[in-house]
Design a protein around this ligand. Structure first.
Ligand code: ADP
Length: 404
């Protein structure tokens, strides 16, 4: 039997298929531009030694068509990884927002779907795509157990002083306005890997997820005690196209003095800000090239980006009252040596001292970049949200069967 992990977004579906008892996927893939022109499916198979990649340029009308194409690829005779879709015993779904009630991996029922729908106002860009993915998966794999794993769940251990905003309580009670935090599956996964590597399950860690979206978490003995994103994934760090933290009065000013509508403010802060606004690009590879060429805008962008991260490290080291390791992960964190160097420079106060040569090496897997005699470890740990979801599904099913 197999576990299919689905990350269904508004216009894309990412997936990975794992044998029930293995962490090694047999295939993975990405279906892009659903409902738009220029649809594309990339499917990678790892079954026979070297990976084989299939690329299909085809329009994908909707999520149902996308999932059907996926099911077709899994069983297509020349590249089949399974003989029958009924071999998929579990479908694990990444769900961005679980609110305050969906705090653990959960078997999906009609009631659970209702709760995910009720959170649409808090996650309008994400939860509707997840529901589509879930409903199509229920149709295509009717005998499979459908399980939801939530990106907000890891942050539900935050104390109220970290998750409440200093506004009247009714906005929390009636509207659910509080810090939820995101990227939780990734933070939890790399924190777990770091604790195992450090052989210290009590470790005090700061995990730094730097992808298109960027967030940080302060983790003590496996529990998240603070995180940088808030009600939505807009708060905190500077990101590819998002501003991160900004004085709320900027919004009032733009609204009152410049006539911005809510829609325009949303577009400005989510899509036209961050590194794109500062450097003209949102992909760190482009900005890094410009930085090396000496472009002042790229320099400022890097400085702002890394200074914000440094400030959170300072804050979280104090919140944790100690620090065993900082962990870099996701696209930028795993690949961009310049970001890591600028973040870790001038942090002797926390005994964070980076080995510049090690930092430049392009190695795979977990890496320790700190100088040997430094007390605080600087780790790079590749994230693997799909694997984390597959493991959660396994645990939940095992516990369900044993009645635990
Ligand atoms: P997502 O948040 O979509 O999961 P990823 O974790 O895949 O994103 O990160 C994507 C980002 O990682 C890209 O926008 C790019 O800025 C950055 N990135 C990827 N590869 C590299 C690299 N080799 N060097 C620097 N940055 C990279």
């Amino acid at each position: 039997m197999y576990i299919l992990v689905i990350n269904s977004g508004s216009s894309s579906i990412k997936y990975q298929l794992f044998p029930k008892h293995s962490d090694q996927p047999v295939c993975n893939g990405l279906i892009e531009r659903i409902g738009q022109t220029g649809g594309r499916i990339t499917h990678e198979i790892f079954k026979t030694g070297a990976a084989q990649t299939i690329k299909l340029e085809q329009s994908v009308k909707d999520h149902e068509a996308g999932m059907q194409a996926l099911a077709g690829l899994l069983t297509r005779e020349d590249i089949a990884v399974i003989a029958d879709p009924a071999q998929i015993g579990t479908v694990g779904h990444r769900v961005v927002h679980g609110g305050e009630t969906l705090t653990k991996p959960t078997i999906i029922t009609a009631e659970v779907k209702e709760k995910i729908r009720a959170l649409y106002p808090l996650a309008p860009l994400h939860n509707p795509g997840h529901i589509k993915g879930i409903e199509v998966a229920e149709k295509l794999f009717p005998s499979a157990t459908q399980i939801a794993v939530f990106d907000t769940a890891f942050h539900q251990t935050l104390p109220d002083k970290a998750y409440r905003y200093a506004i009247p309580e009714r906005f929390y009670k009636e509207d659910g306005i509080r810090v939820y935090g995101f990227h939780g599956i990734s933070h939890q996964y790399v924190a777990g890997e770091a604790m195992d590597w450090l052989k210290n399950q009590q470790a005090k860690l700061i995990t730094i997820h730097l992808g298109n979206g960027c967030s940080m978490a302060a983790v003590s003995a496996g529990n998240c005690i603070d995180t940088s994103m808030g009600l939505t994934p807009l708060d905190g760090l500077v990101m590819g196209t998002r501003s991160g933290a900004i004085d709320p009065s900027v919004l009032l000013y733009l609204q009152q003095q410049k006539g911005f509508t809510a829609e325009q403010l949303n577009e400005l802060l989510n899509k036209q800000s961050g590194m794109l606004a500062l450097a003209g690009y949102n992909d760190m590879r482009d900005i890094s090239r410009l930085y090396q060429e000496g472009a002042p805008a790229a320099k400022l962008a890097y400085e702002l980006y890394t200074y914000r991260i440094k400030k959170f490290i300072g804050a979280y080291a104090v919140a944790l009252n100690g620090l065993d390791a900082i962990v870099f992960t996701a696209g930028v964190g795993e690949n961009d040596a310049l970001t890591r160097e600028l973040v870790c420079r001038d942090m002797e106060v926390l005994d964070v001292r980076i080995d510049i040569a090690k930092n430049q090496l392009r190695e795979k897997g977990l890496r320790d970049l700190s100088l040997e005699d430094a007390r605080t470890r600087i780790l790079v740990i590749p994230t693997n949200e799909e694997l984390a979801i597959a493991r959660e599904c396994r645990t939940l099913k095992d516990n369900t069967h044993t009645g635990a």
